[in-house]
Design a protein around this ligand. Structure first.
Ligand SMILES: C[S@@+](CC[C@H](N)C(=O)[O-])C[C@H]1O[C@@H](n2cnc3c(N)ncnc32)[C@H](O)[C@@H]1O
Length: 232
């Protein structure tokens, strides 16, 4: 997020300068709009899967990649001790202004405290970036868990994105993993530095958890190949 266009967009929206949405695309999909109001969603406008995750939070909680802080604000109002972190300067500024009390600009890999619940929402596996890095991130997350703690994370099996009109699949078998995407984001005529964004199907996540000594249980399926999992 070096140019921090996401942060810029969040700040614009927060400051009442909402004139356009973020545009996203990937190496396997065309341009799509990411509506800024969605990044400021209230509990009632959240997908069921996110609502479920919030209901399962208990104890000292870490909201990883908090964005504008929507999930943290809800938890805070429920009396949960929540800390929000993000690598985006703009996101942190907005989360602070919206009233999140404990908020820090921090990469998850640099977190040192321990938590009862670690929350990663809106394709939480995205921040792992590449299939090769899943073990590293899971090991880090596991080290941040207090005894009896849980990680709540959502993702999707995006195999459907490779389906052509006759139902055939065109997955590149030379690629490391079909959920590893190149992700492009632009806002107000500026292009963000391309990044990797990882979607993990449940079985692959389960396997990766087993290899670092975490248990992995599916909590619920979403509406469109997405799911919420609990790692513990
Ligand atoms: C898809 S957004 C989700 C924002 C928010 N959770 C929501 O649901 O509205 C992903 C967020 O993760 C942040 N992020 C990416 N890599 C991160 C890392 N290594 N550590 C902490 N935050 C990270 C990004 O800056 C971005 O704000």
């Amino acid at each position: 997020m070096e140019r921090d266009l996401l942060g810029k967009a969040l700040l614009d929206y927060y400051n009442g300068n909402y004139t356009e949405n973020i545009m996203t695309s990937t190496n396997i999909s065309d341009e799509d709009e990411l509506p800024l109001p969605y990044l400021f969603r209230s509990f009632k406008n959240m997908p069921k899967l996110e609502q479920k995750a919030l209901q399962l939070c208990h104890g000292k909680t870490l909201d990883v990649g908090c964005g504008s802080g929507s999930h943290s604000l809800y938890l805070q109002e429920k009396g949960i001790d929540v800390k929000a972190i993000d690598i985006s300067k703009g996101a942190i500024e907005v989360a602070k202004k919206r009233g999140v009390k404990q908020v820090e600009r921090l990469n998850i890999l640099d977190e040192t405290e321990q938590f009862d619940t670690i929350l990663l929402l809106m394709n939480g596996t995205g921040i792992f970036q590449e299939i090769e890095q899943v073990g590293k991130y899971l090991t880090c997350l596991k080290s941040l868990l207090k005894k009896g703690g849980q990680i709540l994370i959502d993702s999707s099996d995006i195999q459907y994105m490779y389906q052509d009109d006759d139902g055939g699949l065109w997955i590149d078998t030379n690629a490391a993993y079909y959920g590893e995407l190149d992700y492009y984001l632009s806002y107000k005529g500026e292009d963000e530095i391309p990044m990797k964004w990882l979607y993990l199907d449940f079985d692959t996540l389960h396997l990766a958890c087993t290899s670092v000594g975490l248990k992995c249980k599916k909590i619920m399926d979403g509406k469109h190949f997405d799911y919420l999992a609990k790692l513990y």
